[in-house]
Design a binder for this molecule. Sequence first.
Ligand code: BGC
Length: 449
Amino acid sequence: MRLSLSKRSLAVAATATLAASLVVVATSTANAAAKLDNPYAGARMYVNPDWSAKAASSGGQAIANQPTAIWLDRIAAIESGSAGSNTMGLRDHLDAAVDQGANLIQVVIYNLPGRDCAALASNGELAPTDIATYQSDYIDPIVEIMGDPAYANLRIVTVVEIDSLPNLVTNVSPRPTATPECDVMKANGNYVQGVGYALAQLGALPNVYNYIDIGHHGWLGWTDNFAASGQVFLQAARANGAEPSDVHGFAANVANYGILDEPFFEATTVVGGKPVRESTTWVDWNNYVAEVEYAQAYRQHLVGIGFDAGLGMIIDTSRNGWGGPDRPTRASTSTDPNTFVNESRLDRRIHLGNWCNQAGAGLGERPKASPASGIDAYAWIKPPGESDGASREIPNDEGKGFDRMCDPTYAGNPRNNNNMSGALPDAPLSGHWFQAQFEELLANAYPPL
Ligand code: BGC
């Protein structure tokens, strides 16, 4: 049992006796005992100087001191002076965090074999079978660096493998959304094995807090995706040496655009005689219309199937503000369900399945600890200004493909129900600086800057 599990209940039951907490300490493992219930509570968060300088020199002085996550998106990113736009390695960032007097740093673990099996923009460097390389050349060196006693006072939040496990449910045969690549990753088990290894090795460090990616409400919010994905998370949390207690929480909406809350309707809101869940193409039978309710419900579900009762959720709010002139200010008065939802919704995307460089998006809530029940933090995991993918083919040595979901002229595929992509034009490769998008994010920030 983790102490953090019981710490949350102790916080709730303020009358808990000293005797009870002593029992808890006695049954905790040495490592777990050091972990905090919510690492973000009262934390001084690390500001990445690389991102900060880019933001400041690109018109974003007002937000340049916000904490954003470090993405270890290839083996070379662990070392300093690696290729690409970022020059600092993991040790440089950890040293800089200590120098800043910070005590929390956010790191994205993102290099699975056969990465991003349902899309092309962030395909990685490792082939589907490269699980041994993932473990020995990627995870092991990260664990070694993070385990250096020089960083013992840093709370290290790891967001583990974006867009991987949910693909094993939603984008595999016989679904119409299947891709051959995701079928391969399901069959060979390397996403589950890789995530299990990462959770086990990182989770053994007393100051590392693992959060597994759970996609977003517009991906797993449907009944048949939600529970099935929960089982895959549990499977990964029991694979390759991991245990559910290695999972501190889950991260929603990473690099996505889902709104925190739709103030003017819920899935159950009745318009024209029926809940909008059943009668609109926007909600389309989803159980959720926004990220906070999704993350809270998932938290409860995950605890129910065997994860720790102390789980906390992170929601990425870097680009889900949806402010600016097109933001609705009141509920529509239409009695036509589709018109009602389309005129009322803050999320202005063409379709919920759109994910690449969305036109009209704005910065969301600034990073904040404990913003709602069960939510550890709103955090900026995707650094604003970094592209989701190139809008046309750009030759590169980063393993990045061209995904037409990043092309504004693309009319879609089954994963966005054949809608236009809604992407901005002229975008660079994923992870590269996209000035036009950054300016739009600033202009459409909500809360405004
Ligand atoms: C890219 C990574 C990048 C990350 C953060 C991903 O889409 O594939 O290379 O580090 O976004 O911007």
